[in-house]
Design a protein around this ligand. Structure first.
Ligand code: NAD
Ligand code: UDP
Length: 336
């Protein structure tokens, strides 16, 4: 039996593959990725960490024939579906590309899965589906989205709920991630954004390593501890372990279940900057600029359900998250 990981050479996918291979009864892993936002170099790094190899297939999830061939050639029994485009700003510039890649790609994947009677799925959703609900965010809250990227996650969630309602054989964990940061503690794999990073941590890391001159802090007049935006940062290895737990507990999920993966704690932009400065020993110049359109003051999880249902909770603190980010960035200043 094999496990299919779509988007497995990406940031969260690669860390999840490492955690899956660390299990005593690890399954064969098949990665499908079109390399639109990742590199095959990650495969050598994974092998260095785990001593194990994976099967890699370069394919686009939107390509029905290619996906069908994957299921014909491998005895897949479950899928973790990471593949998708994820840049919020770009999604407003190229909405069709996002709806096609993320939504149509997922429908094609689900169709092929159903045809091969593979009905176990873990899906990468996002806390963005909570719209402007007030934190702490729990899974019973209403959902909404404010940009095409968020809409794709919401649409996929609706598709998954409808699918599970139509056929009770499906077991689907829809994992709503908060803000993944950090890297594997080997320093061999980590986040490797293309171009100028959109997210806070890769931006700060690139300022610390001298690739970027100065951080722009988007607003210091929010109603938060120091006026800057607060988010629930979660170590990517904790997140990866959440996927392992979700997979192991899929049999307890009948239908489709939305589950938050966060820590429940909020950290401000300036707290991040100061901790990064302290750990790296580097200066991190920053300038306060106006708020970024669409940003909320504070976004953090109620993480109780993941604990109750999956026996999972995040264990790595902010110090570990930032130390691991810095190790990855300083040892790989230009990424892979
Ligand atoms: P990533 O870009 O590093 O990984 C995604 C991978 O999917 C990349 O390797 C890319 O090449 C691949 N891919 C994209 N479109 C594809 C297609 N059509 N066919 C095959 N492969 C394709 O991103 P990540 O941070 O690892 O995110 C993984 C998933 O988690 C995404 O679905 C993302 O939306 C979701 N997510 C990420 C975050 C975050 O902050 N990183 C937060 C919430 C949700
Ligand atoms: N942020 C910032 N400067 C940046 C990038 C982000 O001040 O260059 C702030 C942003 O306003 C938010 C926090 O950092 O308060 C996290 O932003 P990110 O884009 O990483 O995550 P998201 O807002 O999508 O949760």
């Amino acid at each position: 039996m094999s496990l299919l990981i779509t988007g497995g050479t990406g940031y969260i996918g690669s860390h999840t593959v490492v955690e899956l291979q660390a299990l005593a009864d690890d399954q064969d892993i098949v990665i499908v990725d079109d390399l639109s936002n990742s590199s095959t170099k990650v495969l050598d790094r994974i092998k260095k960490i785990t001593g194990k190899t994976v099967t890699f297939i370069k394919a686009d999830i939107c390509d029905y024939d290619a996906m069908n061939a994957v299921f014909e050639q491998h005895d897949i029994d479950a899928v973790i579906h990471f593949a998708g485009h994820k840049a919020v700003g770009e999604s407003s510039e190229k909405p069709l590309s996002y709806y096609y890649n993320n939504v149509s790609g997922t429908v094609i994947l689900l169709r092929v899965m159903a045809e091969h009677k593979v009905k176990n799925l873990v899906f990468s959703s996002s806390a963005t589906v909570y719209g402007d609900n007030v934190s702490p965010l729990n899974e019973k809250m209403t959902t909404s989205a404010t940009n095409p990227y968020g809409q794709t996650k919401l649409m996929i969630e609706h598709i998954l709920f409808d699918l599970a309602k139509s056929d009770s054989d499906w077991s689907i964990a829809c994992l709503r991630y908060f803000n993944p940061i950090g890297a594997h503690n080997s320093g061999l794999i980590g986040e490797n954004p293309n171009g100028i990073p959109n997210n806070l941590l890769p931006y700060v890391a690139q300022v610390a390593v001298g690739r970027l001159a100065q951080l722009q802090v988007f607003g210091d007049d929010y109603d938060t501890v120091d006026g800057t935006g607060v988010r629930d940062y979660i170590h990517v290895v904790d997140l990866a372990q959440g996927h392992v737990k979700a997979l192991q507990n899929l049999n307890k999920i009948s239908g489709c279940k939305a589950i938050n993966l966060g820590t429940g704690n909020g950290t401000s932009v300036l707290e991040i900057v100061n901790t990064f400065k302290e750990i790296s020993g580097q200066d991190i110049p920053y300038k306060i600029v106006p708020r970024r359109a669409g940003d909320l003051a504070a976004v953090y999880a109620n993480a109780d359900l993941a604990n109750e249902l999956l026996g999972w909770q995040a264990t790595r603190n902010l110090h570990t998250m930032i130390s691991d980010t810095w190790r990855w960035q300083s040892e790989n200043p230009q990424g892979f």
